[in-house]
Design a protein around this ligand. Sequence first.
Ligand code: GDP
Length: 440
Amino acid sequence: MFNSLSEKLESAFKNLRGEARINDLNVANTVKDIRRALIDADVNFKIAKEFTDKVKEKAVGEKVINAISPGQLMVKIVKDELTELMGGTEAQFNITGNPAIILIAGLQGSGKTTFTGKLAHYLKTKKGKSPLLVAADIYRPAAIDQLTVLAEQVGVDIYSERENKDAVAIAQNAIKEAKAKNKNVIIIDTAGRLAIDEAMMTEVANIKQAVNPAEILFVVDSMTGQDAVNTAKAFNDRLDFSGVVLTKLDGDTRGGAALSIKYTVNKPIKFVSSGEKMDTLDVFYPERMAQRILGMGDITTLVEKAQAQYDEAEAKKLEKKIRKNQFDFQDFLDQLAQIKKMGNLKDLMGMIPGVGKAIKDVDINDDAFKGIEAMIQSMTPFERSNPDAMTPSRKERIAKGSGKSIQELNAFMKQFEQMKQMMKMMNNMPMGGRFPGMKR
Ligand code: GDP
């Protein structure tokens, strides 16, 4: 995410390398490079200039204390300003009302329908809500089908009226349905067009007026940069929406939309969406995003994702097995599945400070473990729980079954053995190999 911007900012900070103090000249050079980096990331010139003026003012006014270098100080100032530019603190998401009404608007193809499904998943799994999805796109029957599929995937109900051509009436009927069925949130997916269109705006504005939503979320494709910002402005002028959802952050996004939207429409980004799977939705935290842009990683999010998957009883069982040296192939397969549930592997690794940059050109995807999984899946239950009982004929069968060579199987088994030894050693260390103060 935002790789090119991160690289250019890092290179801008190099102006200060070896400098003992901040002075007008070295600040001017750094700031010029930062401005260039922002403009290249598709941030509007005016915003970039205002941003760097602020950075400059702060940097020149700052006393460099002995403990930190001018470069470190500059990174800190830029981090604070990026955080501010993206909204400062995270925005609240309003789900008051019974049902709470959430209206989704945006251009066609922005990721509106996908987001509607993801939001339902989020509200159901993280907030304990019982959402009803509403298909208010009266022009494209395919949109109703798409939402139906997503609702099924997420395990929530959907309300649609295929013959009704009045989107306002559909929304109103959906509220009645929600009350009758005890649904406490309704999420209305509206029709989009390929470009700003008066009829589309009027329709969404009419729905807004009729149902008085707690939230109106404007969904925008982050890949579209400045266009995203202009579209946001047009929608906001008409709808006065309450928050922005940035989609497709898993793509090769330059960053312009994320950095400029809040400034331009003065509405916070509330969610970011980064994938086609239903669990790839995150609440937007400006500071964490600023840290990621600056290559500082995002350990907070990583830990939260791990905690969401953490099962105390399972962890205890596993710990016991490791201590007794009984960790087996089946356990390994289960652990891989847990990691995968946390999200896209490359994204996860990118949250570790310093790692994002190191692996940016490495092709890591969720298939990385496929070979290993295939080998374990070709083992019988007995073989999975008895790694020591492997015989040449068993190996031959497993290799054949998984489409791997005996050498590959041997290499994996050797690695597995080393990993087991390592885990056992860590487990026998004081505090079980954990850092002091870390929660068990
Ligand atoms: P709508 O027309 O605004 O309802 O857009 P859709 O929800 O149909 O999304 C348009 C396309 O973008 C579909 O192919 C989605 O699978 C894809 N899409 C949506 N959100 C994301 C995302 O966060 N990341 C990626 N990579 N693709 C997305």
